[in-house]
Design a protein around this ligand. Structure first.
Ligand SMILES: Nc1nc2c(ncn2[C@@H]2O[C@H](COP(=O)(O)OP(=O)(O)OP(=O)(O)O)[C@@H](O)[C@H]2O)c(=O)[nH]1
Length: 324
């Protein structure tokens, strides 16, 4: 659709958005120190960015451990994308924290993939890790609600960085007993691919004040058009799709009454409104990463190979490409 309308067919963004506050360094250290008490790592990624939310810092720390990769927020992507995510690894599960059945299945996967042996009396100890805002605390609360019918034990919030310390063990299931550590969301100190960092920011993994909200809104518009989605057109009362973020934000500001004195549209407020609508799933379900085999391999190579991972080399590489 985008091509037919003469819209942009590439988005140029060249400087990675990076966010690595002190509590993340400390969190990573605590994770490392606690690993010896853990039977299973539950690594959460955001289904909307199944590749961009891979944190290669974790690879160094938990590389050889027994691990279940969980694509959370699966309610926000189409079914076809779920099928492709399955190709990203072997021990893979999906979850939607708001869906009891999905959490029951996840609890079964935790039992299946932990080193727990039913014949022994050992309890299962899991640790949930992942980038900020992927839903780690929500999953623990949902598991505890489903497994024990008990209320919240971990603090959650719509902004990244709510959990700042490793938790004590939280019991979520009985017979077998399953306990989980909640951990602070840890970002990579440097995200090699600028577009990936933009996607992570767009899905709420990086604090909005570190990124440029209007650029995120522009990228969102670009992708919505690329997906051929008309939901925003109808929802925002537009006559037709637009590729012009300035036009859209001016229109939105008037529509939601975000006007300064003199009737000047508040574009930042409009951009925040646009992003919030997307993050709440109100503009459709999309997977922002290309999850074809070649791309997965390329990303994994980029993240794992310390030689390529040198900042300057990566910067040079990403600048020389026209990223998607
Ligand atoms: N749509 C949807 N939203 C979810 C799901 N799981 C969590 N969320 C929302 O995602 C946001 C972040 O959830 P948290 O559980 O606080 O995320 P976290 O990974 O613990 O965040 P940090 O404290 O930054 O490490 C909250 O607004 C949750 O309601 C899900 O499965 N689907």
């Amino acid at each position: 659709m985008a091509a037919n309308l003469g819209f942009r067919n590439a988005f140029t963004f060249q400087q990675s958005i990076n966010w690595f506050p002190g509590h993340m360094t400390k969190g990573l250290r605590k994770i490392k120190e606690t690993l010896r008490n853990v039977d299973l790592i539950v690594e959460l990624r955001d289904s909307r960015v199944p590749i961009s939310s891979i944190n290669y810092e974790f690879e160094k720390v938990i590389g050889r451990m027994n691990r279940l990769v969980v694509y959370n927020k699966v309610d926000l992507i189409p079914i076809e994308s779920q099928k492709v995510c399955l190709k990203l690894g072997t021990n893979v599960a999906f979850s939607d924290c708001r869906d009891n059945r999905s959490i029951k299945t996840l609890l079964s996967s935790i039992k299946e993939f932990s080193t727990y042996k039913l014949s022994s009396n050992k309890k299962i100890v899991a640790m949930v890790v992942g980038m900020p805002n992927v839903g780690k605390s929500s999953i623990i609360n949902a598991a505890r609600q489903t497994g024990l019918n008990k209320g919240k034990a971990a603090k959650t919030g719509s902004l990244p960085g709510v959990t700042r310390n490793l938790s004590t063990l939280i019991k979520v299931f009985e017979d077998p007993d399953i306990y989980i550590y909640d951990t602070p969301g840890v970002m990579m100190p440097f995200i090699p691919n600028p577009i990936n960092s933009l996607k992570v920011a767009l899905t709420g993994g990086i604090k909005d004040d570190v990124a440029d909200v209007e650029i995120m809104a522009d990228y969102l518009l670009y992708r919505l058009n690329q997906f051929g989605s008309n939901i925003y057109v109808e929802k925002f009362g537009l006559e037709k799709p637009t590729d012009d973020i300035s036009f859209l934000l001016n229109h939105l500001a008037k529509r939601i009454g975000a006007l300064q004195s003199g009737g000047i549209p508040q574009l930042l407020t409009a951009a925040n409104f646009f992003l919030t609508q997307y993050r709440m799933g109100k503009l459709g379900k999309f997977c922002l990463d290309e999850i074809d085999y070649d791309n997965v391999l390329k990303e994994i190579e980029l993240g794992r190979n310390p030689e390529i991972q040198s900042k300057n080399k990566l910067r040079k590489e990403s600048l020389s490409k026209t990223p998607k």
